[in-house]
Design a protein around this ligand. Structure first.
Ligand code: CA
Ligand code: CA
Ligand code: CA
Length: 268
């Protein structure tokens, strides 16, 4: 009896690995508790030993022909938390950073996308977004920051609509971010604070992080080095692991299917 159950489980796992539902990938970002973070572009108060990296061809989900290797586009991401805020930092390698043009959609520019669930009880196998699943695009021209919260894929958004889709808008209150060009790494450093009340309303409860809690999380980097209208950025996704030379975002559809995300665990 036991044997047949474990065989069944093994079969289920094997089948699951090939389907579109992964129940979160094994890409987990450990987020230590923050203390005395200053948003100034200097990451010396961060524990940068905990990170996730985008640096491989297998992570490209769009415009593979525009990737010239890790110096052209790659990144490490770090996270920290306190009861009210999520802190996100990154080192971004891009020979032509801060490509931003007023009036362009953010997905035709240099940007990062954060994917986050604010419901720690959410089913990791869900294949559709719910109102507590967030897709947040962040871009900067180095001086100003712009964000776009995409809610279009959510059937019942609980009254929290898409904001910032046309760019040039800072959607979040009390958001802080600094971008610093770093000649040594040939790219730039991002340090940011996202107050979690921005991801809530009278129907959507605010996430209250605590040590030991795990939530769905993933991230993308978008890179363009010469913006032309209609040209989408190169896009790389943390949890993607694709092969072949023909890539389309639908092949790893994190924009519509949260079970393809990785996760984030808040630690002491
Ligand atoms: Ca700092
Ligand atoms: Ca680049
Ligand atoms: Ca670029």
């Amino acid at each position: 009896m036991k044997k047949s159950i474990s065989l069944l489980m093994a079969l289920t796992l094997a089948l699951g690995a090939g389907s579109t539902s992964l129940a979160y990938s094994d890409k987990n970002l450990e987020a230590p508790k923050a203390s005395d973070v200053v948003i100034d572009g200097d990451l010396s108060e961060w524990d940068t030993s905990k990170f996730l990296r985008i640096d491989s061809e297998n992570q490209i989900i769009d415009q593979i022909e525009h990737w010239d290797g890790v110096e052209d586009c790659s990144m490490d991401i770090y996270a920290m938390w306190d009861e009210e805020n999520l802190y996100i930092a990154a080192t971004i390698y891009d020979k032509d950073p801060f490509v931003y043009r007023e009036g362009f959609p953010l997905d035709e520019l240099d940007a990062i996308i954060l994917f986050l669930s604010t419901d720690p009880e959410a089913d990791p196998e869900r294949t559709e977004y719910s109102a507590t699943d967030w897709r947040i695009v962040q871009s900067t021209d180095k001086y100003d920051f712009f964000n776009y919260v995409d809610r279009d894929m959510i059937a019942d958004n609980q009254g929290y609509e898409t904001q910032g889709e046309y760019g040039d808008e800072l959607v979040f209150d009390d958001y802080e971010a600094v971008a610093v060009a770093d000649k040594e790494i040939g790219g730039w450093i991002l340090e940011s604070k996202i107050p979690l009340h921005n991801l809530s309303n009278d129907k959507i409860a605010q996430l209250k992080p605590e040590a030991g809690m795990t939530v769905g999380f993933d991230f993308s980097i978008l890179d363009v080095d010469l913006p032309c209208p209609g040209i989408h950025s190169l896009r790389m996704q943390s949890s993607a692991d694709l092969t072949g030379k023909d890539r389309k975002p639908e092949m790893y559809d994190v924009d519509n299917n949260p079970s393809l995300w990785g996760s984030m665990t808040f630690t002491e």
